[in-house]
Design a binder for this molecule. Sequence first.
Ligand SMILES: [Zn+2]
Length: 685
Amino acid sequence: MATKLDSATEAARPTFPKRAIITGGMPYGNKNLHFGHIGGVFVPADFFARFLRDRIGVQNVVFVSGTDCYGSPIMEGYRKKVEGEGYAGTIEDYVRHNHDLQKQALDAYQISLDIFAGSGLEPAKPFHAALSDKLIRRLHEKGVLVKRTTRQFYDVKAQTFLNGRQVQGHCPVRGCKSEKAYADECDLGHQFDPEELINPVSQLTGTTPELRPVDNWYFDLPRFHQVLDDLMDEWDADPQVRVIVTKTVRESLADPVIYIQSKFRDQFDAVESKLPQHTVREAEKGQTSFSVGFANWEDRDSAREVLESSGVRFRTGKTLLPFRITGNIEWGVAAPDLEGTHDLTVWCWPESLWAPISFTQTALDADAKQGGGRYSTDDWRDWWCSKDAKVYQFIGQDNIYFYCVVQPALWEALDWGLTQDIPVANYHILFMNKKASSSGAIKPPMAAELLDYYTPEQLRAHWLSLGLDQKAVSFSPKPFDTSVSHKDKKTGEEVLVKDDPRVVDPALKESAFLTNIFNRLARSCFYGAANVCDSHLPSVAPHAEVVEGCVKATLEFEKCAHAFDAHGALAVAEDFCRAANKRWGDASKAANGDDAAYEQALADAFAELRCVTLLMHPAVPAGCEQICDHMGFAHELFFSWENAFATPGQLAQKLGEEPGEHAIVALPPRFDFFQKHPSQVKKGK
Ligand SMILES: [Zn+2]
């Protein structure tokens, strides 16, 4: 019988839902994935998804993501490819090509998605179109959509409205020199109203566009202030939600405020009587601005107009504002015609929030069509609207506003019983200590490119160990490090880090553990069993203290994994494995010809190997599954946490065998469960 935990220990364990959705990523469909997508979001999400499959059962986990297919950057990327490169495909072909590249990169890193779909691609496309239509009608029916008229750029020559990147000009934000400013934001992230864009040029015809009024539907987000306030109190008490999330959300829950520099005080005083009801808060000592607070955003908007027309410069603080749902971009999901609006499409941000539901429906439908059985239920509501289920959303910190402000309010407004996500917001992964972006000066390497230098398992283990839950951390792979290491004494020439054999690659730190420690323990067990047990498990039970050590490490690992602390979880496994290796080294040496003592040491080592293999499985699945295969067990038996505290001998007993009768698979000499990348193998060896 496997170890049974006492009730106090059992009660102190973290709890997990019966079913879980894991989602994240949603890469945009205009390019392939760079390392930050994979290392910063997909690998942490995959670690958790794999852990949960082991922990609560494969049939109870659905891990979904997909390409965000719509929007103006995609239309612009496509137009440039057609005009610049003579691309002959359709826009859907263009998106599918990028989607396929993304899928290949995810597969290469062993990201175990149940479905990687595309919001505008078969088979998810019809699900997403239907859900979008139903959802917007529902919001309208619930009275939380408001029609607003705003002004938008219109290309008279092409007779079309221009969206996002289809218009380009100079950024109006003071001090910004960007000439890559689009309809309402510049490439450095400054936001402004379309009226403010300097020298706007239509990218379609090169003409100067004019501003025309358009009607759009907006979600009445400010109405959900209290709902979000309450949710933050709930999240405060939830150890799974990080402080950065609640802090960022609360910033956007502030009352509507305008900040005005003190030097404009006279001008302000002259127009103050024209402002809606407000309260002035004087500049505190050391501050150069005073602030003016309003009861609601509408009042603040009226005040902005008054201040603008009287030349008072100001800036506005964050507050909840109506959130745009529709637009008129051609390449988008059709929005239903409501109250006289027509030909509107859904803005790509809101529809990407509910796309994971469409993807879940797509995956479950495929299962149902094949007769079911892959999942514990094929009804999407059992996953998204059930008290037994949880949804874990892995996001970057840039997107907290969308996923943790807009989405919870939308879910509440729909009144479909959707459960609120548990957001997992990671910090940025830096490249060579700098923030890298494909549009910036420092180009991050593409995910696929890194595999010319590393194995996927090496990178998975490295990225998971960075501790992105705590702070922004740099990924600094040596083969890409072109900084100067030193000057060659003989030639006086500069030697770059990437060419300096004395520099240790920081990205290979965890790989050394896999190869030198974990692999060594596994080899010791299998070669030892071949020597003294005729390639069977040792017939004796491991020492009680060894079994206790396994239980302790497993429980510590579980606690870290539950808190999305992959770094801490892997540290538990690594420390445990190092100690196991040492124990084996000492005990096998001390046995010195005593076969019984040797077999006892081997039984201890097998129990510890079994434990490390279970714990490392979510991080480096392929190598761990090979170890399991060689131990002669089915993956479902070995990796299921139902058996987490069972030793190899006890697993054999579950199969009706005595430990000494359970055959293992012999290893060829010098076998490596965690091989090095060919580029890392020293030549001539
Ligand atoms: Zn700017």
